[in-house]
Design a protein around this ligand. Structure first.
Ligand code: HEM
Length: 203
């Protein structure tokens, strides 16, 4: 099998199906089937789990392009869309946890919270970007937006920076995990800028 077949027939379907893994793990945990410890406050655990999963999926999405360049396996680019859509799905679940468990769908309180608490403002901004990218991920949108699509989809880096700041901002004591996400993001951005510098063209 060629690399293209591997990506198209094995890796891409595995990513499309596998993305449901964290949600399944969580769902089965709620039923007491998997070993996840939901602790004394399951709602908080759900919020944290979906937030972390969003950031992991986002980093995996950003890894696709450098990996493609490093390996020369161009079909890997086909993993970007399913990973991006899984990122949005987990961001949506995360936002729903906040809306339902933290705020009981009280829209006045929610708007006040978004406006007044900086880490919520930042998380919300990242979510809006991910929503815009998910809504314009179809072939039709790519054709319709032309060059503007590329510019718009570069905002994924902004969403990632905002996501890391959101996390850094909300932790009170141990900042090691958000810092680790920040380091990974800096490396991914550095790979992009290095290519841009060498080629003298957009990365
Ligand atoms: C509408 C948008 C969002 C809202 C309202 C929101 C809200 C929250 C809240 C309330 C928490 C828990 C804070 C606490 O422990 O007291 C949280 C945690 C978190 N959020 Fe968000 N968030 C949003 C979007 C995002 C996005 C887009 C990402 C990722 C790109 C993200 C990543 C995280 C992470 C990693 C955590 C911490 C998880 C942990 O502690 O293990 N959030 N968010």
């Amino acid at each position: 099998m060629t690399a293209s077949h591997w990506v198209g027939r094995v890796i891409r379907p595995a990513v499309i199906v596998g993305g449901i893994g964290p949600a399944l793990y969580l769902g089965l945990g709620l039923l007491g089937i998997t070993a996840i410890d939901l602790g004394a406050n399951p709602a908080e655990k759900l919020e944290h789990f979906t937030g972390t999963t969003t950031l992991v999926m986002l980093m995996l999405t950003l890894t696709v392009t450098p990996l493609r360049r490093l390996t020369g396996v161009n079909p890997l680019i086909r993993l970007r869309k399913p990973l991006g859509l899984w990122t949005f799905t987990y961001a949506l679940l995360h936002a729903l946890c906040y809306l339902v468990f933290d705020q009981s769908l009280l829209w006045g309180e929610i708007l006040h919270d978004i406006a007044k608490r900086p880490y919520i403002t930042v998380g919300f901004s990242a979510f809006v970007i991910l929503l815009a990218l998910a809504l314009t991920s179809s072939g039709w949108a790519i054709r319709k937006l032309g060059k503007r699509w590329v510019t718009l989809h570069r905002l994924i880096y902004v969403a990632a920076v905002l996501g890391v700041f959101h996390y850094l901002w909300l932790v009170k004591l141990d900042t090691s995990t958000p810092v680790a996400f920040g380091v990974v993001l800096i490396l991914l951005l550095a790979a992009r800028w290095e290519r841009r510098r060498r080629k003298g063209a957009p990365a």
